[in-house]
Design a protein around this ligand. Structure first.
Ligand SMILES: Cc1cc2nc3c(=O)[nH]c(=O)nc-3n(C[C@H](O)[C@H](O)[C@H](O)COP(=O)(O)OP(=O)(O)OC[C@H]3O[C@@H](n4cnc5c(N)ncnc54)[C@H](O)[C@@H]3O)c2cc1C
Length: 283
C-alpha cells in the first residue's frame, strides 16, 4: 500500500508521531527489527524498512495509515511473513505494519456457523476455535500453524482441502478494513443474504495489501464431519492421478460433501492403479 509512486525523501519523518501513537515498545527502528522485517519467506528478495510498527487495534491501524499518508510514506502490511511471492517485502522502504499483535478471536457463533476474528490470529487457532464448538473451518494451507488468517485472506490462500471444500475466499463473508488514508470500511456481513452493492469482500480477498489493511474478518464455518481421515494413493502417472481427482470432483457439489469426508470410490481406485507420484510442496 503506497501513497506515493516513488521513495519518499524522508521516510522516517513520521517516527516521532508513530511513537506518540503506539508507544516506544511498538515502534522499532533498531537494526534487528529492520533486518528481520526486510524479508519474508521468499528466497532472494529483501527490502529495507525504515520503521516497523505493531498496532493492536483498528483505530491504531487507521492512525498509522493516516500518518503515513500525510508523510507520503509507503506502508507494507504484514502477517506472519510466510508468503512465497515477496508480497510482504518492503521494496520501497517505509513502514512495515505487523499485524500479529491483533490476535484475538472476537466471537464464535455456533448457531449461526460464524467466527469473527482479528487478522493476526493463526489459521490453526481459527481451526481449533471452530473445532471447540464441533465446527470446521476447512481451508488448510500448509502454513496453517504460522500464517495469519489476515494473510490468508489477503493472498486468497488455498490448501490441500481446496478441491473438496473450496479455498479461503469461499469462507470470508465479512471484512473490516482500513484504506490508505485511514478510513475504516466494512463490507459484507454476517448474513448470507447481505448482497447489496459491489462485492468488495471478494475484491479484498487476494488483494495482497494493495487496497486496504484488513482488520477484522467474519468467517463462515461448517458442521464438523463425523470423521476425518487421510489416505495415500499411488498412480502410474500424473495423468492417472489427475483422472482420479476429476472422477472424485463431483463429490464436492453433492449435498453431503460439505458435511462428510469424501472416500475414494471403488471405481476411482480401479481406474487408478498404484504407482508412484513425485511429491511436491503442499499448497
Ligand atoms: C511451508 C509453507 C506452506 C504454504 N502452504 C500454502 C498453501 O497450502 N496454500 C497457499 O495458498 N499458500 C501457502 N503458503 C504461502 C503462505 O503461507 C500464504 O500466502 C499465507 O496466506 C500468508 O499468510 P501470512 O500471515 O504469512 O502473510 P504474509 O506473508 O505476512 O503476507 C502476505 C500478503 O498479505 C498481505 N497482508 C498480510 N496481512 C494483511 C492484512 N491484515 N491486511 C492486508 N494485507 C495483509 C501482505 O502485505 C502480503 O501482501 C505456504 C507457505 C509456506 C512457507
Amino acid at each position: 500500500m503506497s501513497t506515493s509512486p516513488s521513495r519518499p525523501t524522508d521516510p522516517i519523518a513520521a517516527e516521532p508521531a508513530l511513537r506518540g501513537l503506539l508507544g516506544d515498545d511498538r515502534v522499532r527502528v533498531d537494526a534487528a527489527a529492520r533486518t528481520a522485517y526486510a524479508i519474508d519467506a521468499t528466497p532472494l528478495h529483501h527490502g529495507a524498512p525504515d520503521v516497523v510498527v505493531f498496532p493492536e487495534t483498528t483505530e491504531e491501524v487507521a492512525a498509522v495509515l493516516r500518518l503515513a499518508s500525510e508523510h507520503r510514506v509507503p506502508v507494507v502490511p504484514r502477517g506472519a511473513g510466510t508468503n512465497l511471492s515477496a508480497a510482504a517485502v518492503p521494496h520501497l522502504g517505509g513502514v512495515v505494519l505487523v499485524l500479529t499483535g491483533m490476535d484475538r478471536i472476537r466471537v464464535v457463533e455456533p448457531d449461526n456457523l460464524l467466527l469473527v476474528t482479528q487478522p493476526g490470529v493463526t489459521v490453526a487457532t481459527v481451526q481449533a476455535a471452530a473445532a471447540e464448538h464441533g465446527l470446521l473451518y476447512p481451508p488448510d494451507p500448509g502454513s496453517a500453524a504460522t500464517a495469519t488468517i489476515g494473510g490468508n485472506v489477503a493472498t486468497g490462500a488455498g490448501g490441500l482441502r481446496g478441491l473438496k471444500y473450496g479455498v479461503t475466499r469461499d469462507y470470508v463473508i465479512g471484512v473490516e478494513a482500513v484504506l490508505a488514508g485511514g478510513e475504516v470500511i466494512r463490507c459484507g456481513g454476517s448474513a448470507t443474504k447481505d448482497l447489496a452493492g459491489y462485492d468488495l469482500v471478494r475484491l479484498l480477498c487476494g488483494s495482497e495489501g494493495t487496497l486496504a489493511v484488513i482488520t477484522e474478518i467474519t468467517l463462515r464455518l461448517l458442521p464438523r464431519p463425523e470423521g476425518i481421515a487421510v489416505g495415500l494413493a499411488y498412480f502410474d502417472s500424473p495423468a492417472a492421478a489427475g483422472r482420479a481427482v476429476a472422477a472424485s470432483a463431483p463429490a464436492r457439489y453433492s449435498s453431503s460433501a460439505r458435511t462428510a469426508p469424501s472416500r475414494p470410490s471403488r471405481a476411482t481406485s480401479r481406474r487408478s492403479p498404484p504407482a508412484a507420484v513425485a511429491p511436491g510442496r503442499p499448497r
